[in-house]
Design a protein around this ligand. Sequence first.
Ligand code: PMP
Length: 416
Amino acid sequence: MNTATAANKPLFDAKRIREDFPILSEPLDQGMRLSYLDNAATTQKPLHVICASDDYYRHANANVHRAIHALSQRATRAYEGARDRLVDFLGAGSRAEIIYTRGTTDGINLVAQCYARPRLKPGDEILVTELEHHSNIVPWQIAAEATGARLVVVPVEDDGSVTQAAFESRLSDRTVIACIAHISNALGTVLPVAEMIAAAHARGVPVLVDGAQAVAHMSVDVRALDADFYVMSAHKLFGPTGIGALYGKRELLEDMPVYQGGGDMIETVSFEGTTWNELPYRFEAGTPNIAGAAAFGAALEYLDGIDLAAVAAHEHRLLEKATAAMAGIDGLRIIGTAPGKAATISFVMDGVHAHDIGTLLDESGVAIRTGHHCAMPLMTRFGVPATARASFAMYNNDEDVDALIKGLESVARIFG
Ligand code: PMP
């Protein structure tokens, strides 16, 4: 367990961090070492998180909020304690601004249905960029289709960046909301979200930031960014699957109709009329993912002891090392070279299908992702059906990079 406080972060120790993640030292078949480079899809979990889930079921399992017995109080403490941690982690103004969701996708759908849809009229515009994950495209298409609004797309440059100028030029008097990734899952591009938010606000346009890829790699302060909505998933942040968080500015959330109806989101129910609970519970209908929240809180507690700036520097060194070595592999082309990008490398190899690259690397214990990365419009933009993607996290090391490069050299030899 990591007990250091945020104000007193220990030096970044990649070796020790790696040891905190049991799956990373578990050999694969035939005793092969695992090089896990699929972190943009999901991250591994430290023992602290695994134990928090186990502890919850062993020692605290009960429903939250509705009972006064000891176990229910424990469960409620775990559930609400994790919310308090989220307030600190994201820099939110209060607990009312943190809503538990099933993850990033769920958070975006909530905002699309409850914030955007009631405001959208025929001809209105929803701004997205060309590099968005399907989760930050399709919910807006659904809202647009229901209201006669349309999506306006900010183009991606050849290096994978999205410029401030391109963003500003697509804002218009019809823009109702702008929806932008903080970091691209497919390319690693870091978007200048603070500047984009400022430009959108200058025109009275609120901004939703998809933070799924950002939270594990940089410190995020939603109030410093002045984001109106910020969404994330616990599983990309060394936490469990099935839970995430939506940050929303209180005044915007107060003004939104409810999402789903059911237990916990009401104040009183009668057949004459039902009244809603206060924030954030108004948006949390039904028995929530309590064990998930307990483990989510443990992930944040774990991260509290880790300096995210040092994590970013460590990942950047691995990125540079891998990028330099990949430049020497015949027929390999990296897609996405934006300055200051995060530690994700998307690439293609002449004459080799991305899935074959993935399969061959897997044979030597190197786990990468291949496919469209839920960003089909972006693949179309670069004229490829799929890429192979290696994505790094704080527990990766030089051995992982060496295994990746060795595997790619052997792919090049086989197909060369
Ligand atoms: N946006 C981005 C940028 C992502 O990387 C992902 C996950 N790959 C999502 C949204 C969707 O997250 P989830 O599946 O956890 O809802």
